[in-house]
Design a protein. Sequence first.
Length: 255
Amino acid sequence: MTTFVGGEKRSPSRLPSSWSKIMKPPRNPSSSSRGYPGKSKKPTDRTRHDNILNHLLNRARKDPKRTALLRSRTGPNASVAYGELLDHIERMASGLAKLGIKKGDNVALLSENRPEWTMADFSIMAVGGVTVPISTSLSPQQLGFQLKHSRVRLIFLSRGPHLRNVQAIRDKLPLLKGLVFLDQDLPDGYGAPDLSLRDLEALGEKDRIPVESLVSKIAPQDPATIVYTSGTTSQWPKGVVLTHRNFLSCLLYTS
């Protein structure tokens, strides 16, 4: 694993809890009582031809009606089943492909915790893109640095104070194609090239790409995300590149 900046090697700090629940693989019968893979199965053996999306795809096929995500409200739409989650991901990923997002492109994700965050994350990775998660609590200077430095092509975001900060530096992001709001409608004053989640999924529905076809093109050594550190060795943080194999190894060791 390599870092995005400075040549410094880092280890993945922790696996997002939502990923662990969605993609947790079955326990290896030969595993020891401590939960580590048996000696006959090294993590590299089981992750050599795999990627994160495969685990989600297998889970959705096995039990499409099982709850995958929960919203912070009650009612008929309070939960998202695996089959529904996969359907959203397929339409969103197809929409991203229609916008020209391709393998190796960096896409920022700037939002509070919500089901749409996970949908966006998986849809970015489904087209071979690299998710750049960014905290909504960053100062305008910190936000500007991470967006510029990661050279993002698109930004998924929610409404909030951080929206003003993005708008203030938008003209300084030469590779940016537009914004995708994680809501069904655009905020007042926004239009093309910006899209709502409804717009993105409608775009993907017109020329839908089966998620199986997308997943088959992702290799375990492909980057999955760039996580910026807290900047402990300099004024500015470093972007740590984590591959699909990095996350799969974490899943194996925690299963």
